[in-house]
Design a protein around this ligand. Structure first.
Ligand SMILES: NC(=O)c1ccc[n+]([C@@H]2O[C@H](COP(=O)([O-])OP(=O)(O)OC[C@H]3O[C@@H](n4cnc5c(N)ncnc54)[C@H](OP(=O)(O)O)[C@@H]3O)[C@@H](O)[C@H]2O)c1
Length: 287
């Protein structure tokens, strides 16, 4: 039986959706911390189990009878390492054989505070745990682009802290489908995969595509961290959040998210969504 954690969140829920297209619901379990958010999963016959990553005894209980766990990484700024180590230890204690962990892509040595730091600690612990492991180094979601550049088509310019850096964006549903394919096939013991898009795009590329779609010139101007953070704070974001966005730009500038890998393309059996397709569907759907 396969158990997916974070099952009321985006990636976990979409991975279960993908699993249900090929597997009976009786073979799938979902870990949630709020059962009231998982009624659709219950209705579809998924075995919904309740535990918080901080609640070790509940995790051990929830993992009974499970062969494979997909550990969807915890959110930033919430002591991710403690939570991940609890899940790994509880999985081992409950007799789980194989644990998949969702890291962020690492195409350079840039260490993104609150994300890569805790991924590295989790991966090292998992590798030493005795469990069979598979590490999924997930690309940056297309769905996260709006946080960085805004959710409306900009009038004339995009400002971000990415310099000339590129991101091999991937749609979360495609990442979920690829993850489900890995969970249900053999040959992934003690392997690491980069699950990125097949093409990487700079913010100049994003501005160019938006210009084409909007029919007016839109340019990208790289920004230093401080003015970008000040702008985000002025538009209503808490400083810690604005700083976090800016750090994703710094990571991009240093190539952390730029590597392209054809694993997702291979698992989907087609090219993943392109930048133009994503921008058109997201920013121009009503036009
Ligand atoms: N690659 C990227 O671009 C990217 C972007 C953002 C995040 N991420 C990482 O990838 C993960 C999955 O992304 P996502 O979009 O699915 O995030 P999401 O929608 O925020 O889902 C996170 C899931 O984790 C669960 N969770 C959080 N803390 C927990 C805890 N203490 N115990 C049990 N469950 C807990 C949440 O439960 P509730 O539903 O109860 O809140 C939710 O189901 C994120 O958590 C983050 O680590 C990656």
């Amino acid at each position: 039986m396969i158990l997916v954690t974070g099952a009321t969140g985006g990636l976990g829920h979409q991975t279960i959706d993908a699993l249900l297209t090929t597997n009976p619901a009786a073979e799938i379990a979902a870990l949630v911390r709020d059962v009231s958010k998982a009624t659709d999963l219950v209705q579809r016959g998924v075995d919904v189990r309740k535990a918080d990553y901080f609640d070790y005894p509940a995790l051990v209980q929830a993992f009974q009878g499970i062969d494979k766990v997909l550990l969807v990484s915890a959110v930033a700024f919430t002591d991710r390492v403690r939570q991940h180590l609890n899940v790994i230890d509880a999985a081992r204690e409950a007799g789980v054989k194989h644990l998949f962990y969702t890291s962020i892509q690492r195409s350079s040595n840039f260490v993104l505070s609150e994300v890569t730091e805790s991924d590295l600690a989790t991966e090292a612990y998992l590798k030493a745990s005795g469990l069979i492991y598979t590490i999924l180094k997930n690309g940056y979601y297309f769905e996260g682009l709006g946080y960085l550049i805004g959710s409306e088509v900009p009038d004339t310019e995009i400002r971000f802290t990415a310099g000339e850096g590129k991101i091999a964006f991937i749609k979360r549903t495609e990442l979920a489908a690829a993850t489900a394919a890995l969970l249900t096939s053999e040959g992934h013991d003690n392997q690491e995969y980069t699950l990125s898009g097949s093409e990487a795009y700079s913010f100049h590329d994003i501005a160019r595509e938006l210009s084409t779609l909007a029919g007016r010139p839109i340019v990208y101007k790289s920004s230093e961290l401080a003015p970008y953070i000040a702008h985000k704070v002025a538009s209503g974001f808490p400083e810690v959040v604005a700083n976090f966005f800016a750090q994703w730009g710094a990571a991009t500038k240093h190539g952390m998210l730029a590597g392209t890998d054809n694993t997702v393309e291979h698992l989907l059996g087609r090219k993943p969504t392109s930048l133009r397709e994503y921008l058109k569907a997201t920013y121009f759907s009503g036009r």
